[in-house]
Ligand binder design. Sequence first.
Ligand code: BGC
Length: 269
Amino acid sequence: MEKKLSGQTAIITGASSGIGAGVAKSLAAAGANVVINYPVAGAKAGAEAVLEEVIGAGGNGVAYCCDVSSEAEVKKMFADTVSFFGTVDILVNNAGLQRDAAFETMTLEQWNFVLGVNLTGQFLCSREAIREFLRRGVEPGRSRAAGKIIQMSSVHEVIPWAGHANYAASKGGVMLLMKSLAQEFASRKIRINSICPGAIQTPINRQAWETPEALQELLTLIPYQRIGNVEDIGNVAVWLASDESDYVNGASIFVDGGMTLYPGFTTNG
Ligand code: BGC
């Protein structure tokens, strides 16, 4: 059976764990070759485990180490991907992290680290992807678009987050980076959209779900009354990467069980 993303190649940054790992598996199941990016040697085992699962399920891919905040490393990852697979069709700018601190104690290092990975990383990877999409252009039979970029944003591109100013600032930046790029490249058939996950059960927010009390507290913020899982995000990523969403460009798609619906107003206000 022809799969939705057959013959296409996707780079997924930060794919050795969490949402990135889930998205890599979903894209591979839809037929894409996946470049499972991981940031440092310590994450290699995680990336290789994802690759093993992808291959075990009949997919194709490689694990690739690259710090997305390094211009030289990002250029090399794209050049190597083009030499392995011929081109890049899909970029999922997923790499993201938190270094939480009360603002008055936040160090410049905590600020720069989060902005470097979450925002500069998306700039560097998007620029290389767009250069490749422009070089190749639309090829009949491949996809209606010259390329697709999916930015992993967050509900915190619109929900302010005390104690996480660096993270919220990075995601607010991701929103207008995405919209500005979508506007700039639409006429050249490049589609750029964001997925804005709410609380998805992964290591980044373990403290929010690992005890029954924490989970109960978290559910007061989620009208749909369940925590999300990585497949919830993977399904949307496959759709955004495929021609089924060909007319969707410059959109922030919230996948959050209603977290952005001001749940505090459900019974009051
Ligand atoms: C954060 C998680 C948090 C979720 C909802 C995400 O962007 O990384 O730690 O649970 O937003 O607040």
